[in-house]
Design a protein around this ligand. Structure first.
Ligand SMILES: [Zn+2]
Length: 444
């Protein structure tokens, strides 16, 4: 018996080895392939995305004089036309193949305009995409300069940062008829930016100006660098069912109830005085508790401001489209978490709803949405005019209430409505105190 089993086992091993060899041959036969290449030029970087049949097995290195990036795709054949891929890109001059180490592999060479900071990473299948290899070429010296300007009289513009949701490799939601959220958001953002730039004392900063993706950290960085007073993210909603429709406005969630926010807003005149120099105090103070308290107040102040702006947006946007939610929705989203800049995210409608998808693609409807958001920006900053701005200098006068003066008397004198005085000064009643200082918008 024992002898027999010794004889049998080498035979078994041989059988097993044959079987394994067959399996490995099958793997070698199912060679990977590059099935598509997309190039996304952006102001600060170019993203190249390779579509692959299976998970990429790759190595890369760079060469200089002239600058090149060489990528070896192991066991991969190339099924794409490379010739005109670099036509519209400022950083890549040419895509070509070169002799690879083995017959079953592909060596790709990207001829570059100069040397770049490189990031190379694979992406697992997601949504409409399969396996991908992503290459980011970043400019070594970021060119973008802050656009905030001070006028000769030392007054600055109010800066509104606009983020058109998604972009480039990230299409966002896709409508029933195939429209991409990233295109709708960019179209609305451009219209909004134009309106803001036409208004004297305001400047828009588009965080994305074309079809490319901007990393979240870079969005915040750009908004901060430009000293944005407000950050508006524009999106379109989607749901598994095609039924839901309407717009909604999202702000960062807080443990505090909305009623508390409202109280905060009502009392913030005094608070804002304190917070004016809070940033400096937070930086300089040795008192940890004070720093924490101020930082916390600053955060609360930003959240309250975001919430207040969201109310302005809802008030205006409901004139031009149905609302999905009647109140600002508190959510914990990375894009809203810049604790120093009031931020809102506007879902302009449901792209997954066929009739709303059609509207979102309609230029007139996009313009209506942009107009509504612009009106909200305008009315919000009229009520909350930052100090030192051109708007504060050119549109506001101060008036100290004297004995015998009423709202209607002042309205008549300054040729504006009682409602405007009330909203700009956040007055809840018609009663004025003697000595009270009111902001009076200049007529016209
Ligand atoms: Zn979105």
């Amino acid at each position: 018996m024992r002898l027999l089993s010794y004889l049998v086992s080498p035979l078994l091993w041989l059988l097993l080895a044959t079987a394994l060899l067959t399996v490995s041959n099958a793997v070698a036969a199912s060679i990977n392939s590059i099935d598509g290449v997309r190039v996304w030029p952006a102001p600060e970087n170019t993203r190249v995305v390779f579509d692959l049949k299976t998970k990429p097995d790759y190595k890369y290195f760079t060469l200089s004089n002239p600058s090149r990036l060489v990528i070896d795709f192991k066991n991969t054949k190339n099924s794409t036309a490379l010739k005109s891929l670099a036509n519209n890109d400022p950083r890549i001059k040419l895509f070509r193949t070169s002799t690879s180490k083995s017959k079953s592999s592909t060596r790709l060479v990207l001829e570059l305009a100069k040397s770049y900071q490189l990031t190379v990473f694979p992406l697992a299948p997601a949504g409409q995409y399969g396996n991908r290899l992503v290459i980011d070429l970043y400019d070594k010296n970021k060119k973008s300069q802050p656009i905030a300007k001070t006028t000769p009289n030392g007054k600055r513009d109010i800066i509104v940062a606009i983020v058109a949701g998604h972009g480039g490799e990230d299409p966002g939601s896709i409508g029933a008829k195939g429209s991409y959220e990233k295109r709708v958001t960019l179209a609305i953002a451009k219209k909004l930016s134009k309106l803001i730039n036409q208004r004297s004392g305001f400047k828009a900063v588009m965080i994305r100006t074309g079809d490319y993706y901007v990393k979240h950290s870079r969005k915040t960085e750009l908004a901060r660098k430009n000293k944005a007073d407000l950050l508006i993210s524009i999106h379109a909603d989607a749901f598994v069912s095609s039924k839901p429709d309407g717009a909604s406005v999202l702000v960062q969630s807080s443990r505090r109830a909305n009623s508390e926010f409202t109280r905060w807003i009502a009392n913030r005149q005094d608070e804002s005085e304190l917070l004016g120099g809070a940033g400096e105090t937070i930086k300089k103070t040795k008192d940890k508790n004070l720093a924490f308290t101020l930082a916390d107040m600053k955060k609360e102040y930003t959240m309250a401001s975001s919430y207040e702006f969201a109310l302005h947006v809802i008030k205006e946007i409901k004139q031009v489209t149905k609302l999905h939610k009647k109140e600002p929705e508190g959510l914990s989203l990375a894009v809203l978490k810049s604790s120093d800049i009031p931020s809102v995210l506007i879902e302009t409608g449901f792209i997954s709803n066929p009739s709303e998808e059609k509207k979102l693609n309609n230029k007139h409807h996009q313009q209506k949405l942009a107009n509504a958001i612009f009106k909200a920006v305008d009315s919000y900053f009229l009520e909350n005019t930052p100090k030192g701005t051109l708007l504060a200098a050119t549109t506001m006068k101060k008036h100290k209430v004297r004995s015998g003066e009423s709202l209607s008397v002042l309205a008549q004198r300054y040729k504006i409505s009682v409602a405007t005085i009330k909203s700009v000064n956040k007055l809840k009643s018609n009663v004025l105190r003697i000595g009270q200082t009111l902001k009076i918008p200049r007529a016209g």
